[in-house]
Design a protein around this ligand. Structure first.
Ligand SMILES: [Zn+2]
Ligand SMILES: [Zn+2]
Length: 539
């Protein structure tokens, strides 16, 4: 064990006021190993200079508390310790970036499975677990009597071997821990030819091997296999407690079911269930993506965000970055290249704002991503659904802004406003108000909101813009909305040309004191230069 490090951590914790006397040195060692095993601490933690270690550990601890919605400030308390001792899956919660990047799915939708040395009841339960995934996706499964299947399930104990030694090597990379704590683990699919995913179930646990309701002192094999097969299909852990991919074993594991987002997640990887059961084939390769739209051809936008001296304009899946000083725009940007954590098949970035902490709140379809800026890395525990933040089921986001006074508002469903509580780590809505009550004079139909350095908030609708003074709570001016407002002129007189007026107005307030543009979003090969209000395409 990393004794010196643990001694240092002990000192760190003893300095904290919330430490309970029942927390012992053993607990610290346990906690350290736990955070390391589940991805909250990186493997090179030993290389961190001693003076930074307490901070690193506290940050990891806070991430864990955030992930599971536990109260705490990054220091160890009994509630967190108790939570860490719950029975759970041995798979990491936090995937390293490279793990996520290499995250893969099976290149086929028909998979074979084998349960090594299983009896009839265990086979029936495994079949029921596979059925849950095939009922909600294009996947089909077939049991193989031989251990040469795509997914192999086996009972294992303590330090253990793989079943398919030829493909996966002799020893499993992760040992079991006897009764309690880790119940099972599984391995993501990779794109290697002949890959075999193994599901290992800890044979030292008290298992209920049948599909029916489990007694309180036993774990449901049906539930655990459904979860582990999810990993074998490419699904990571999910922090929703209703998800079958939640890492902690719930007390009540019956009946076993996928929640609506589990179904969305598996369908994102493999498609919807094919109703006609006959053709069991891998879907045809996706058609080439349609050509990217030009900013100039848009008749409206979904969102506008100003960061430093760049303006980001979003429309559906696309984002353009406009340099306010040089009046150049780039794009559309490959947003998923910069934010690789965005879910596949997202349709639009509906709104974004920068919170007082500097993090970005990015609204994408029904999900909200909390993104560290300027690193563009996803905060642990995110994304969350709009409903998790407290929005109603049918909420459609129109725009979001953090005002000069530091308050964050989300306009949705045309005329409703939710104010986000920025002090709440989960960023839940603190209260709802009618649009007219919070922003008098702003009409229904807002398509984007942004805050500008001139001290005003700008609201756009399809055809109008409104300059709103949040201190006097009045609309100080309004006009026809077009892209000339953003000082962007297009070859053809469409939206961009119209927006010029707005940016003309804005630029008058520009005191030229802005720092140079951040380059995080630049895609030089698609750039377009605007100079003296004229566009010249780069050659
Ligand atoms: Zn798991
Ligand atoms: Zn194993």
């Amino acid at each position: 064990m990393r004794l010196a490090y643990i001694i240092a951590l002990t000192a760190c914790f003893n300095a904290a006021t919330c430490i309970n006397s029942t927390i012992t040195d053993d607990n610290y060692a346990f906690t350290f190993d736990y955070l390391l095993k589940y991805g909250y601490l990186s493997n090179d933690v030993d290389a961190i200079p001693a003076q930074r270690r307490n901070d690193v550990f506290r940050k990891a601890f806070k991430e864990f508390q955030n992930y599971y919605n536990l109260p705490g400030d990054g220091t160890l308390n009994n509630e967190t310790l108790k939570f860490m001792s719950k029975s759970r899956c041995g798979f990491r919660d936090i995937l390293k970036h490279e793990t996520k990047a290499s995250l893969s799915k099976w290149p086929k939708t028909h998979l074979t499975w084998h349960f090594h040395l299983a009896d009839e009841n265990e086979l029936n339960t495994a079949q029921a677990a596979f059925d849950l995934w095939s009922q909600h996706s294009a996947l089909t499964f077939e049991r193989s009597e031989m251990p040469n299947a795509d997914i192999i399930i086996s009972w294992r104990r303590l330090l253990h071997y793989n079943t398919n030694i030829e493909v996966n090597g002799e020893l499993c990379s992760d040992k079991f821990d006897g009764p309690g704590n880790v119940l099972a683990h599984a391995f993501f699919p990779t794109e290697q030819a002949g890959f075999v995913s193994e599901v290992h179930v800890d044979g030292d646990e008290p298992w209920h091997i049948y599909v029916n309701k489990h007694p309180a002192d036993k774990f449901s094999l049906h539930y655990t296999l459904t979860h582990e097969i999810g990993h074998s299909l490419g699904l990571p852990h999910n922090r929703r407690t209703t998800s079958v991919m939640f890492a902690i074993q719930p007390d009540q594991q019956y009946p076993v079911k996928l929640d609506q987002y589990d179904i969305v997640d598996i369908q994102r990887l493999y498609g919807e269930k094919i109703q006609n059961d006959k053709p069991r084939r891998t879907p045809a390769p996706a058609p080439p993506p349609p050509p990217s739209p030009d900013l100039c051809s848009l008749d409206r936008v979904n969102g506008i965000l100003i960061l430093e001296n760049r303006m980001y304009i979003s429309y559906k899946r696309y984002v353009w970055s406009v340099d306010l000083d040089g009046r150049t725009y780039n794009g559309p940007l490959a947003l998923s290249k910069h934010m690789s954590f965005l879910h596949d098949n997202y349709t639009r970035v509906t709104a974004a704002y920068q919170s007082p902490s500097g993090d970005l709140m990015v609204f994408v379809d029904n999900l909200v991503y909390l993104v560290q800026y300027p690193e563009f890395s996803l905060r642990p525990g995110w994304p969350k659904t709009l409903q998790e933040l407290g929005f109603p089921e049918n909420a459609l986001i129109n725009g979001a802004v953090n005002t000069h006074r530091g308050r964050s508002y989300v306009v949705f469903n045309g005329n409703a406003v939710g104010e986000i509580n920025e002090c709440d780590q989960d960023k839940r809505v603190a209260k709802f108000t009618p649009l007219e009550a919070t922003f008098p004079g702003i009409p229904k139909g807002v398509t984007s909101i942004f805050r500008y350095i001139d001290g005003n908030l700008y609201f756009t609708t399809r055809s109008q813009f409104y300059k709103f003074n949040e201190f006097t709570r009045t609309v100080s001016s309004a006009g026809k909305f077009d892209l000339r407002i953003l000082n962007i002129v297009c070859p053809k007189a469409e939206l961009l040309q119209q927006l010029r007026d707005l940016l003309d107005r804005i630029v008058r307030f520009n005191d030229n004191s802005l720092t140079s543009a951040s380059d995080y979003w630049n895609d030089d090969d698609t750039g377009v230069r605007l100079s003296d209000f004229r566009i010249r395409r780069r050659k």
